[in-house]
Design a protein around this ligand. Structure first.
Ligand SMILES: [Zn+2]
Length: 403
């Protein structure tokens, strides 16, 4: 009996090593917390602007400083996203968002600091503080309502000085010099001019010169290819996923992914269920159709406040949305597909936490991030590649572009 048990143990040991890989999935938490974890897109500043204090643990949303720490996040890029309805005051609004982050950093100086370059980033990391960086989502605060090239270049300088280290050229709305994916894919704009104008190219070159990462998430395909012909630096996609798995206009086609790798850039995979699961939008539409009257009522009551409207609608539909959440493995499929197509050196994570209404299963909030490490190890990724995906690739492009 005893011999039989021993034999079984000897038989099972190599099998366990085979199933879990030699990096040891059982050590996944250690590997995760040893790694530098960098997430390139988080929208929690919108909650700060509504008066929430994220220096303490909160019960809403997906993140706050204590939860970012618990999820092992070392570097967080906070999105400076002025809703387009703030135009002609989106410049002021973006500045107010940066003010609110500076005030948070002052109040939480023992837990978080804002970095402008790699040496500041490293120094904060050594003090075990959360490193905060800014990424501006959509260049409309630079343009606002005044189309004046000289003024726009000055505002670009201004935001660089305030610490903005990436700019997503467009959000869903376009600017006068770059068209968005929403614009380019709208059949009504079939014959419209698309891509970057000469001034748009000048902006890209100026960003290269200043040391601001050019972010191509949200831009249309024509803008994307114009950027690739113009930039002298690697580009990033701060929060986009794989089109070939989920054909959504916000995702990247294989040719785009390959071009980003050739350029030395990185695509940071978005966790949004609508961008990762090709059946999600259809299921979501069905739920909304079943609640049409209630949704119309909320839309009427919150007509001037899109953010609050969406929040109320998701509150109404939460229980049903819960049932259609995609599995974590679908999210991992996107990371895996991109890493196999273009190499583990060109893939990272851009969660979009606090900017999305739903999240995949086992990824309820930022504290669940170690599950990504576990799943990648299970799929046979080496510890070295996992660490690149978690943050190493971000550190590389950040140093190369922002110094
Ligand atoms: Zn976005």
């Amino acid at each position: 009996m005893k011999n039989c048990l021993l034999r079984n143990i000897f038989f099972l040991l190599p099998l366990t090593a085979f199933v879990f890989g030699f990096s040891g999935v059982s050590d996944y938490r250690k590997i995760h917390f040893d790694a530098v974890v960098a997430d390139t897109h988080n929208d929690v500043v919108q909650r700060i602007m509504k008066g929430e204090d994220i220096s303490v643990r909160t019960t809403k949303g997906h993140s706050d400083i204590p939860r970012l720490k618990e999820g092992g996040v070392d570097v967080q890029i906070f999105s400076i996203w002025a809703p387009p309805d703030k135009v002609p005051h989106s410049y002021e609004y973006a500045n107010a968002m940066i003010d609110s982050m500076e005030s948070l950093a002052r109040r939480s100086s023992n837990a978080m600091g804002i970095a402008r370059n790699s040496s500041e980033l490293e120094s904060l990391r050594k003090q075990e503080k959360l490193v905060a960086l800014y990424g501006m989502e959509g260049a409309h605060p630079i343009e606002d309502s005044t189309i004046n090239e000289e003024l726009e270049l000055q505002k670009l300088d201004h935001f660089y000085k305030r610490g903005v280290r990436y700019i997503t050229l467009t959000w869903n709305n376009s600017v006068s010099w770059a068209t968005s994916a929403s614009f380019e894919t709208d059949p009504a704009n079939q014959n419209a001019r698309k891509g970057l104008t000469d001034f748009g190219k000048q902006i890209v070159r100026k960003m290269n010169e200043l040391g601001i990462m050019v972010d191509i998430s949200h831009v249309g395909e024509q803008t994307f290819w114009d950027v690739m012909k113009t930039t002298s630096m690697p580009v990033i996609a701060s929060h986009s996923s794989v089109y070939n798995i989920c054909p959504h206009r916000r995702n990247l086609k294989d040719e785009q992914l390959k071009a980003i790798a050739e350029n030395g850039g990185v695509v940071f995979i978005n966790f949004n269920p609508g961008f990762i699961d090709s059946s999600y939008q259809r299921k979501e539409k069905m739920i909304r159709a079943n609640h049409q009257t209630e949704i119309e009522e909320i839309t009427k009551n919150f007509s001037g406040n899109g953010f609050e409207r969406d929040h109320k609608i998701s509150e109404l539909l939460n229980a049903e949305y819960e049932k259609i959440r995609p599995s974590l493995s679908i999210l991992i499929d996107h990371i895996d597909y991109a890493a196999k197509l273009i190499g583990a050196d060109h893939v990272g994570i851009g969660s979009d936490f606090d900017g999305i209404n739903a999240v995949p299963k086992e990824m309820d909030d930022v504290t669940y991030l170690p599950n990504i490490t576990r799943e990648l190890l299970k799929r046979g990724y080496s510890e070295e590649d996992v660490k690149k995906i978690l943050g190493g690739n971000f550190l590389r492009v950040f140093k190369e572009i922002c110094g």
